[in-house]
Design a protein around this ligand. Structure first.
Ligand code: 5AD
Length: 364
């Protein structure tokens, strides 16, 4: 039955629920194999790198799941100076990464906005405007998105986290600063400006059903998004979400493996449904399974994000516990990911931006 389903080119809500509910190895292998073949058919057998610079963990938001939320007091806050960000970006450029991602906690003050604008200009100048730059800096006004776009960012990743109202409210404070509708409006304004727009969800959140995840896939389709960054939800000790759960049972080995497998199924299903979008095999996968990112590529992902955050700050940017790669240097991350890509018989698209094919197709 799965075999015939996998031959389809379009998928209904019920089909997606069926695929996400697969619970035997044989069908799971078929799903992964099909997703990988669709990835190769639409995007070839390359994987592209986005050097990830996590330049600050100062955050105004207070999301209940996150390890750098505003109210978490035991976090040593940092903000890199502009030259440190620039240095990492130039390093990535020289390595032939083709693209970088600038990520930080969320801030809307003018100092921050100006800082990002200056850093973007400096990076583009230093790298001959040849580097693809993705921003992952949360909710901003359309004006700010426009300024950063004009300064050289071409992609923006803003995870919706969940589109289910009730669940969104369980994950965020009700203080007027954490509204699902604002996030949706942000995605629309990013698109109107001309960014390649990415979004994503956390997978396996407490209270999240398979049906809810199926709706997220349809949300990605409905918003015609270009890129997806998503991964399993991971426990972050000392956050409200963890304080109110029975961690031992939620985070048992079995619990973790279910979330991991669901993460891979989401990648595969998104590939089947959305076809030509960029999908990242995120670090969160590797936090659960040593071969997490390889498995993500084998499930149809085509983007990897080697961390190039300066060694001095890696251990301070912890969204969740057990984050891998915190003791590595940028060079070590490169070598390590190169080996991982080789092991799944694909190749790294060095010196290429690796833009979202979907974006170019929709712009035609
Ligand atoms: N587990 C997994 N992902 C998390 N994020 C934040 N906290 C966690 C966590 N505990 C993700 C969110 C956010 C992205 C930057 O990191 O999806 O959008």
């Amino acid at each position: 039955m799965i075999k015939t389903l996998l031959e389809q080119t379009s998928f209904s809500y019920d089909d997606i629920v069926t695929l996400l509910s697969i619970d035997n190895q044989e069908d799971l292998d078929l799903l992964m194999k099909k997703a990988l073949s669709i990835k190769k058919q639409y995007l070839g057998s390359k994987v592209h790198y986005r050097g990830l610079i996590e330049f600050s963990n100062v955050c105004e938001k207070d999301c209940y799941y996150c390890g750098i939320r505003k109210s978490k007091e035991d976090v040593e806050r940092f903000m890199m100076d502009e030259d440190m960000v620039l240095e990492s970006a130039i390093w990535a450029y020289k390595q032939g990464y083709g693209s970088i991602t600038l990520q930080s906690g969320e801030r809307q003050d003018s100092y921050f906005i100006d800082y990002v604008e200056r850093v973007l200009n400096k990076i583009q100048d230093a790298c001959n405007h040849e580097l693809g730059i993705t921003l992952c800096l949360g909710e901003q006004t359309p004006d700010v998105y426009q300024r950063w776009f004009d300064a050289g960012a071409t992609r923006y990743l803003l995870r919706i986290e969940t589109t289910e109202d009730e669940l969104y409210r369980q994950l965020h404070p009700q203080d007027g600063h954490h509204e699902l509708s604002i996030r949706q409006a942000c995605l629309k304004s990013l698109r109107a400006i001309g960014y390649q727009v990415g979004t994503g969800v956390m997978i396996g959140l407490p209270g999240q059903s398979i049906e809810s995840l199926a709706k997220e896939v349809l949300f990605f389709k409905d918003y015609d998004i270009d890129m997806i960054g998503m991964g399993p939800y991971l426990v972050s000790a000392g956050t409200p979400l963890v304080d109110q759960m029975d961690v031992a049972s939620f985070d048992s080995l079995k619990g973790k493996m279910i979330r991991f497998e669901l993460g891979l199924k989401m990648i595969a299903v998104c590939r089947l449904v959305l076809k030509d979008v960029n999908i990242a095999a995120t670090t969160a996968l590797q936090a659960i399974h040593a071969l997490g990112r390889e498995k993500g590529i084998d499930a149809g992902a085509n983007i990897l994000m080697p961390i190039i955050t300066h060694e001095n700050h890696r251990a301070q940017y912890l969204l969740y516990d057990q984050k891998p790669c915190v003791d590595d240097t940028a060079e070590q991350c490169k070598q390590c990911l190169n080996r991982r890509v080789e092991s799944v018989e694909q190749e790294v698209g060095y010196f290429e931006k690796g833009d979202s094919r979907h974006y170019h197709n929709r712009m035609k």
